[in-house]
Design a protein around this ligand. Sequence first.
Ligand code: SAH
Ligand code: SF4
Length: 391
Amino acid sequence: MLRASVTTVLAAPQRTQARPNLTGLTRAQLQATLAESGVVAPDKAKMRAQQVWRWIHHHGVTGFDHMTNVAKEARAAMAEAFSLERPVVSTRQESRDGVIKWLIQLAPGVEVESVFIPDVGRSGALCVSSQVGCTLNCSFCHTGTQGLVRNLTAAEIVAQVQIARDDLGEWPAPEEGRRLTNIVFMGMGEPLYNLDSVADALDIISDNEGIAISRRRVTVSTSGVVPELQALGERTGAMLAISLHAVRDDLRDELVPINRRYPISELMAGVRAYPGLSNAKRVTFEYVMLKGVNDSLADAKGLVKLISGIPAKINLIPFNPWPGAPYACSDWATIEAFAQVLNRAGYASPIRRPRGRDILAACGQLKSESEKVRASVRRASLPLVGRDTDA
Ligand code: SAH
Ligand code: SF4
């Protein structure tokens, strides 16, 4: 059996900030950028963009030298003007149960985590982060104690997928037998507070001539940013997951404080209106099991009533403890009894097996050390978004 291990990987290339990175551009943006740069002749921009796209997103290259069907002079000109570098992987950990967690350094002192979970979805799921930290402070979530450092760019979201594929040896994008088949936005951060980058990243990741992970295999989890739900559905076509966790406003106000702004009735109305919702495209409700807090049979019955008529499944998540957490995980028998109420009402309600706990890679345990960087250092180089304490 594998022991949890920490390995420092790959000598970190020095990041050259000056050259714009092409990896976070959508197809249209890539073509426009190449054309506007003057590096590529306008009449060749479309063809070049097509070639470069395949090298980046199908072959996974990180240097222009590999682009053998592009003339040498054009490669050199692009290398002068642009970069394809990945962010640096500062640590890689593999848990006893095969979960891999990468700590990725985006800039000095700014780190984010992503986690590969085998045997989930069609084959394996990558849990990606959308922000460094989070502005919301759900009381049971480790990330929430970190505060927000900043939003990720589309390139930084795509880079998490690229880094996973580097590690899993999945370039060029395999047609069959791939291990990374699903993406879940359930890492650090609230994806709907960074929808532009999430939507661009999804356009890139789902493109058939690249990483080609279908939008139906991408799930975006939100704590309930109701005004953005419609836009999420329309712009991304992703599967929706709602972090519900409580069926009464008084309790949800406490556990998921954004509920004070968008209470349960508004959230449910937003979910019912989510574009494309059907039995084939069910919404997932996530429900963390907190001992003696939200795990009674009355809560289970309340949940059934609340989601009545919505094509849905419920993921019951045993609470993953973290140092100093004010909660305990419900007893197994309680979780099973809760699940039974949901099952009897006709809802699939899998109990999520805790994975990667030994490396703090399970749901809600992610928390990078970025907060330790002095705020002044962060502010000097990063777009800051204010902490949303009254949510
Ligand atoms: N911010 C988004 C997505 C990231 S959190 C959201 O809240 O939906 C991913 C999931 O992990 C959410 O359902 C969240 O509520 C859950 N989670 C957070 N902390 C947890 C913990 N300690 N144990 C179990 N699940 C947790
Ligand atoms: Fe942020 Fe989600 Fe954690 Fe809440 S559960 S603090 S929204 S990451």
